[in-house]
Design a protein around this ligand. Structure first.
Ligand code: GSH
Ligand code: FE2
Length: 361
């Protein structure tokens, strides 16, 4: 299944590709203002969104990728040279993504930006802003490089079969589709042009800055998420690590704990003692049952970290989400993650014992 979608405000094309058998789907360059339309489309066709691809970090509109992940669990994918954060999959040259048996191959086409990537599915090329119909992406901002763009288009795209369909990231004249042969032979910036001629053309376009650039680029560096949505994404990465399973491969558990600690409040053992003596605070031990059995702080309620989401409604002490909660584990790592989970679940007054039970003792 295939759909070409158009955002008239920014003249952006977005694409939906789905495998009818497995019902797995992907978006390429979704636009944030159409989030509900995308969710409706997925629902209407019974599709599971597996990937949300970016051809690049856009300067003219805000991507829906981060919100699609939040709503559907899809993985956001952008080039490892895109400089974006909170990305699930950093794309490398030649990476192949599967929707059922359907293959989508990534082809790096830097130049408009260093992280520009085109995607090839069957006989269809999604060229982003690298190759446009009768044009190409500008190279005068965001690390643009006209020479690199010439090399990418001529060596990586114009070498594809001539009847490969070209679906661009934008068109400003209401054209929807082209093919490689047409662009190779008629594109005024590229046909019969040397690298030097192309660079000269690109250096003299004198285009106005995109209207939304100052808003779009910072947001797109975080998959289109604003600050509040970023905090939710970080929390979701904690509670649903499966959404982020291919996330930057070097990420460690300690990185996640450190990220959680940015978003929670920690207290020392002395402060914890003081608060407990004053009363009116719920004390939670988020270690495993065996650790709790071997010794715990008086009056602590056992709520192992892996059970929080499921058991929370069964504990009368946690019914009031505005009541203070102090949470601890062995050394403060698991309790940081658990505190973040509680915050995600709506608790407004959560503290984590920085030193854990070890420090308390
Ligand atoms: N007028 C548009 C900006 C259009 C624009 O600069 N588009 C970029 C792609 S993000 C481009 O490369 N355009 C190439 C061209 O117009 O030749 C806006 O304000 O958003
Ligand atoms: Fe662009």
């Amino acid at each position: 299944m295939f759909k070409q979608l158009f955002d008239p405000t920014t003249w952006t094309y977005s694409y939906l590709i789905a495998d009818e058998q497995s019902k797995e789907a992907a978006f390429i360059d979704p636009v944030n203002t159409h989030l509900q339309l995308y969710l409706d489309l997925l629902k209407e066709h019974g599709l599971t969104l597996k990937y949300s691809f970016e051809t690049h970090v856009h300067a003219d509109h805000i991507t829906a990728s981060g919100l699609l992940r939040q709503k559907t669990g899809a993985q956001t994918c952008v080039s490892k040279f895109g400089g974006a954060q909170l990305v699930d999959i950093e794309i490398n040259d030649g990476d192949v993504f599967m929707l059922g048996d359907e293959k989508i191959k990534a082809i790096p086409t830097p130049g408009h930006t260093p992280g520009c990537t085109s995607f090839l599915w069957r006989d269809r090329l999604f060229s982003g802003d690298s190759l446009l119909i009768g044009g190409c992406g500008r190279t005068d901002f965001q690390g643009g490089d006209a020479g690199a763009l010439y090399d990418a288009i001529t060596q990586r795209l114009f070498t594809l079969p001539g009847d490969t369909l070209v679906y661009p990231g934008h068109d400003y004249q209401q054209r929807w589709i082209s093919n490689i042969m047409q662009e190779r032979t008629t594109n005024p910036r590229l046909a019969n042009k040397t690298r030097e001629q192309f660079i000269d053309i690109m250096n003299n376009l004198n285009l106005p800055r995109p209207r939304l650039i100052d808003e779009a680029v910072p947001a797109n560096r975080y998959c289109g998420l604003d600050e509040n949505e970023r905090a939710i994404a970080i929390a979701q990465r904690e509670t649903h690590p499966e959404y982020f399973c291919m996330m930057q491969s070097g990420t460690t558990g300690q990185d996640l704990v450190n990220a959680a600690k940015q978003h929670i409040t920690e207290v020392t053992a002395d402060t914890a003692r003081q608060l407990l003596s004053e009363g009116n605070i719920t004390l939670i031990d988020t270690r495993e049952e065996s650790e709790f059995g071997a010794g715990h702080i008086d009056n602590a309620i056992l709520l192992p970290r892996g059970t929080i989401e499921f058991k929370i409604n069964t504990l009368p002490e946690l019914a009031d989400k505005s009541k203070a909660v102090l949470i601890y584990c062995r050394t403060g790592g698991r309790s940081a993650l658990a505190a973040q989970t509680l915050q995600t679940l709506g608790y407004t007054n959560v503290l984590s014992l920085a030193s854990g039970f070890e420090g308390w003792k």
